[in-house]
Ligand binder design. Sequence first.
Ligand SMILES: NC(=O)c1ccc[n+]([C@@H]2O[C@H](COP(=O)([O-])OP(=O)(O)OC[C@H]3O[C@@H](n4cnc5c(N)ncnc54)[C@H](OP(=O)(O)O)[C@@H]3O)[C@@H](O)[C@H]2O)c1
Length: 299
Amino acid sequence: MYPRVNVVGCGRLGQAIATLFRVARIADEIHVCNRSLESGERAVAAIGGGVAHSSISSMPISNLWLVACGDQEIERVAELIAADGALMADAVVFHCSGFLSSNVLRVVKGKGAHVASAHPVRSFANVEMAVREFPGTFCGVEGENPARKIVSDIFTELGARVFPLSPEGKVLCHAGHVFASNYVVALLTCARDLYRAAEIPDELAWQLMAPLVRGTIDNVMGLGPARALTGPIARGEEVVVAKQADVVSEASALVADLYVKLGLVAVDIAREQGLPSDRCHALRRVLQDGARSSPSLIE
Ligand SMILES: NC(=O)c1ccc[n+]([C@@H]2O[C@H](COP(=O)([O-])OP(=O)(O)OC[C@H]3O[C@@H](n4cnc5c(N)ncnc54)[C@H](OP(=O)(O)O)[C@@H]3O)[C@@H](O)[C@H]2O)c1
């Protein structure tokens, strides 16, 4: 148990983590500083306890600091903490960004503090729901010891499934989350656009996609990508792929570009699946050179 935790930047994530700290009795006291005192007071009400401050300089001395403002503010807030914060010797200062490493907090090391980052891989859009569903959340922890060990232990106590990350690996891991989440949304929107071009109403398009998407996700997770891949690339049908790429380019140049790039990824997966290398070569050629390289099929 820590005597207190100072949370600088207490919005969606800060409120959820501070609530978890309160419920799990990680800290006796929770102190909060937002850009405005009113916002800090609202955060304290949401947490169900704590004290709001109008500036970092009025926060009490502490050996545990969470910097949970937006990513673009973290470095500046760390500078303010180093300049005005009552940092206890050997204090741990950490943030929860998925993109930035703990290095962004390095200025506080000059004051004898240790830095880490802990990224819970989940959405904190709804604070109450995030608190309720937090146990079992994967959490990538990075930083130098002793801060990394301390933060790992705290998040483990909150019920997170902690895994270690290097500072360089962290940015790549975050890009992986972007592909697994944000880009799935972008990809399904591309599919919707192609259905639209085929004059299929949006409502029907989503209905068509739902079983395809859910089944595919289940197959990738259950069987792995090589066994989950089906379709013309898995079958090595370069003539079909050439014609399809051509038709897609008439509907949208951007989607056609993605068709080619993702097609090349799919060819690598088909190769893993055992597709002969001459078939893979033919597929790569039609994807890279366009339909011209397979003239026999073009009407
Ligand atoms: N939200 C998520 O789903 C999620 C998931 C994983 C990780 N994260 C990470 O969590 C961190 C916070 O994200 P969030 O979504 O919780 O942000 P948020 O809801 O926008 O909250 C940010 C808070 O920071 C305060 N703030 C901004 N600049 C400040 C400053 N200079 N001094 C003091 N307080 C300041 C704001 O205060 P005011 O209210 O006064 O403006 C606000 O309360 C980020 O590093 C983000 O990458 C978020």
